[in-house]
Design a protein around this ligand. Structure first.
Ligand code: NAD
Ligand code: DAO
Ligand code: ZN
Length: 376
């Protein structure tokens, strides 16, 4: 019978506070749950979004983190799909294969544990974390900023043991989101023209996907020109800084793509999280067929707008969560493709930090880092 484990974790005691390294207890996995040792974890802007207090769903105190590279330490009753010693990546979007959403074949948004996950607890309504006699809440069903965490069996993808966990942990969010949006959500075809707004991990991964899909033009858009060199290495054919133009960026992009009497992109990807760039990404789509995909997460309560005529005239506005990826089914394949050199992962890592320096990892993101990785 598994016992609680005492270990270190970065606890966020309240919205807006720096994380504090604490000694915590991690309870044993209950039925359908798995306890994992976290070896490495990426730090994503969504962790910062919740830490800062912008996330209306944030429950404190909590353990953030959702890009983990882990090894199974123990399994709860009834767990059959993973075993002690397996290498796994936790999933903030589970894949139960039984709920209405999973069975539809139309979406990756498995909703079977959505309500409890949103409240920061395991599916039975309780937390596995305690610190100083106090309950500490889970985050996104993953909580990877801890040396040990507990996740639902349906929320882990088993991956090849040969893959370095300090790299493939990043497939737990940003890379998979951008790449998957191109491949799964938009299904971009060879020869298409596309624009990517925002050149962080999500935008760069979109560029990588577009390049692999055989896009003819991939226009990278960012207000930070320091991002352009990397965007080109990932496959961008042109880079545009909206600050270099005195007209709206959508007009600039339409002019850049003007051909046979009309301009506009076949596909655009919004990887920033701002309503004005979401609007621009929609409005620079080609009349009649252009499609825009929102991945950026805007602040709570923010709304988007455009003139309805933009949609009447054939542009499509959609979005993608975790790149439409069904994690348990598709992440193992992605890890295998990474091992075969078919796509980049190492290139997204912009620094490694020990757990004690996790706040420095957060600060590095403000300076334009793509993905800091915390080595536990
Ligand atoms: P990031 O902050 O690393 O990258 C954003 C980029 O946008 C930066 O390079 C920044 O310079 C640029 N930018 C900011 N304002 C701009 C503007 N007005 N015009 C042009 N460029 C601008 O972020 P990231 O980690 O790549 O994530 C991007 C977004 O995607 C975030 O909102 C994040 O929360 C979200 N996200 C969504 C999913 C999902 O499943 N949909 C998953 C992961 C992240
Ligand atoms: O099913 O209602 C739902 C929500 C699923 C989670 C979607 C998350 C999308 C963006 C999160 C940011 C990345 C960490
Ligand atoms: Zn499901």
């Amino acid at each position: 019978m598994a016992q609680p484990i005492n270990c270190k974790a970065a606890v966020c005691w309240e919205a807006g506070a720096d994380l504090v390294i604490e000694d915590i207890a991690v309870g044993p996995p209950k039925a359908g749950e798995v306890r994992v040792k976290v070896l490495a974890t990426g730090v994503c802007h969504t962790d910062e979004y919740t830490r800062s207090g912008m996330d209306s769903e944030g429950t404190f105190p909590c353990i953030l983190g959702h890009e983990g590279g882990c090894v199974v330490e123990s399994v709860g009753e009834g767990v059959t799909t993973v075993a002690v010693g397996d290498h796994v990546i936790p999933l903030y979007i589970p894949e139960c294969r039984e709920c209405k959403f999973c069975k539809s074949g139309k979406t990756n948004l498995c909703s079977i544990i959505r309500v409890t996950q949103g409240k920061g607890v395991m599916p039975d309504g309780t937390s596995r974390f305690t610190c100083k006699g106090q309950t500490v809440y889970h985050f996104m069903g993953t909580s990877t900023f801890s040396e040990y965490t507990v996740v639902a069996e349906i929320s882990i993808a088993k991956v090849a043991k040969e893959a370095p966990l300090e790299k493939v942990c990043l497939l737990g969010c940003g890379i998979t989101t951008g790449y998957g949006a191109v491949m799964n959500t938009m299904k971009c075809e060879a020869g298409c023209n596309a624009a990517v707004f925002g050149l962080g991990a999500v935008g760069l991964a979109s560029i990588m996907g577009l390049s692999k899909a055989g896009a003819k033009r991939i226009i990278a858009v960012d207000i930070n020109p320091k991002k352009f060199e990397l965007a080109k290495q990932f496959g961008a054919t042109e880079c545009v800084n909206p600050k270099d133009h005195d007209k709206p960026i959508q007009e600039v992009l339409i002019e850049m793509t003007f051909e046979d009497g009309a301009g506009g992109l076949d596909y655009t990807f919004e990887c920033i999280g701002r309503p004005e760039t979401m609007r621009a990404a929609l409005e620079c789509c080609h009349k009649g067929w252009g499609k825009s995909c929102i991945m950026g997460v805007a602040g709570a309560g923010v709304e988007v707008s455009t003139r309805p005529f933009q949609l009447v005239t054939g542009r499509t506005w959609t979005g993608s969560a975790f790149g439409g990826t069904r994690g348990r089914t598709q992440l193992p394949q992605m890890v295998d493709e990474y091992l075969q050199g078919q796509f980049k992962v190492d290139e997204f890592v912009t620094g490694e930090f020990p757990l004690e320096k996790i706040n420095d990892a957060f600060h590095s993101m403000h300076d334009g880092a793509i993905r800091p990785v915390v080595i536990m």
